[in-house]
Design a protein around this ligand. Sequence first.
Ligand SMILES: [Zn+2]
Length: 137
Amino acid sequence: MSFEYDLVEGVSEEEFRQKVKSVNELKSDNDYRLASQDELQKVETILDVQKGTLNQVKFFVEKANCQKCDAELGMNDVVKTTIEDAGHSKSAILHTLVGSKYIVDRPKNIHCAHCSEVQEIAGSYASALYGCQSNLA
Ligand SMILES: [Zn+2]
């Protein structure tokens, strides 16, 4: 299924706050870690946008290592999976990260960018605008 930002129905800020942990909650949640500047730069490269475009984005991923090669899974694995497995366009992903809609979605089974293994368990991830948790949607 393709993902068109224009067609995505966002939720209200209030509903989003009820469903998705806030950035402050995520910061203090030991199950999550904040994507590093290095990861954000990898994502900028994947999305073909200028360096620094995602500087302000706070993207949290549930801590997990690849079941096969043990590489730490991060935002770039999430974004690659979203493009390669879910077929989302780079533009739609960029818009989701820096747009104005609040979006909740089900997490995807991330594939490891290092060894391509698809993980059996879908981890959660979230930003100030976007929440993917298994208890949502
Ligand atoms: Zn791996």
